[in-house]
Write a protein that binds this ligand. Structure first.
Ligand code: UT7
Length: 321
């Protein structure tokens, strides 16, 4: 038994910010950003919220699947930029779309969040607990990014993507691997509120994303191909049999490095980060939705999805479309 993706959806903020716009904020250039990351522009919220974007993506996924919100049994939202600590984003999305029967909760594994949420849905269905799920990844990273830090503010974008999955007897997700390494947590972090109550009063720490870009880069090009190899071995499928590698969209040079290590042509690695930047948990479902709507995903195709990021967290799954 497994789960199969029946529908996909996505939503992006209206405002597009190009690299040249960023030169008004920090000392950078269109050439540097394109050469070092492959990013040309990103969507940035001027009012859209994590909940409004994720709810739109979920509604589009349901519409694409031809299913009703009222019949959804599990609703998972992967995010590291929720509007509220409580209630969780998934409960707010549940209310917005009318998925009244669903159990809803959030999952934070940063850029690997969507993949981990998809695997969680798989586990619930495999255990016979639920028959279907809406799995979303949404981020409004622009509110946790330091817009004076050129090492990070050029990278990130806002958006949301979602998939609707159902139990299936054959095909669907064929296997997955996932890993976490909390000892390397400091290389990409963003503080929450500082401890401040009547009994302690510590100065507030910076509440923005801080990153050692080179460390994250080195981790990604080393661990992501290894986890893809691991899931291919586990499922007994060769890299040559995979039609598309749908990877987290962080940096074009990371994707090139992974394609080289796997000895797989770059044209099997679809890329949209040139238009949307790095949207953390939203990256994979938004890319999947674009591919689906472009008609590039045909029944029976084999895909690898792979996410990686803060935590550190990383993993991969193989699925038959
Ligand atoms: O989802 C996971 C999230 N994170 C990532 O995926 C990040 C992975 N890392 C990266 O993508 C790259 O490390 C970056 C794009 C962040 C940086 O690229 P890099 O080639 O590793 O640059 P660097 O940090 O080694 O910096 C090289 C130079 C430095 O100048 P000096 O010290 O050589 O004079 C930086 O100050 O480039 C400078 N620099 C910039 N210059 C123009 C850093 N950011 C910029 C910028 N514009 N935006």
């Amino acid at each position: 038994m497994s789960i199969r993706i029946i529908g996909t959806g996505s939503a992006l903020p209206e405002k597009i910010v190009g690299n040249r716009d960023l030169t008004e904020l920090v000392e950078t250039s269109d050439e540097w950003i394109k050469e070092r990351t492959g990013i040309g522009s990103r969507h940035i919220s001027t009012g859209e919220t994590l909940v409004s974007l994720t709810a739109n993506a979920c509604e589009r996924a349901l519409e694409n699947a031809g299913r009703e919100a009222a019949d959804v049994e599990l609703l998972l939202v992967a995010t590291c930029s929720p509007e509220r600590n409580i209630p969780c984003a998934a409960c707010q999305v549940q209310s917005a779309i009318g998925a009244n029967q669903a159990v809803a909760f959030d999952l934070n594994a940063a850029c690997a969040g969507f993949l981990f949420a998809l695997n969680t849905a798989w586990a619930y269905v495999e255990a016979g607990i639920y028959k279907n799920a809406l799995v979303a990844g949404g981020e409004v990273l622009s509110k946790i990014v330091d817009w004076t830090d050129r090492g990070t503010c050029i990278l990130f974008g806002d958006g949301a993507g979602a998939v609707y999955v159902e139990k299936c007897e054959t095909g669907g997700i064929l296997g997955f691997v996932q890993h976490s390494d909390g000892t390397k947590g400091d290389v990409l972090k963003c503080d929450s509120r500082a401890l401040k109550n009547p009994y302690v009063d510590r100065p507030m720490e910076a509440q923005y994303v801080q990153m050692d870009g080179r460390e994250v880069f080195a981790f990604a090009v080393r661990q992501v191909p290894a986890s893809i190899q691991e899931v291919l071995e586990k499922t007994g499928i060769g890299a040559a049999d995979i039609d598309l590698f749908v990877l987290h969209q962080a940096n074009k040079r990371i994707i090139e490095g992974i394609s080289k290590r796997l000895s797989v042509d770059l044209d099997r690695f679809p890329i949209n980060l040139d238009r949307v930047g790095n949207m953390s948990a939203a990256a994979i479902p938004v890319l999947l939705d674009e591919l689906n709507r472009q008609g590039r995903l045909k029944s029976g195709m084999k895909l690898v999805l792979s996410g990686f990021g803060a935590g550190l967290t990383y993993g991969a799954c193989v699925m038959e479309w």
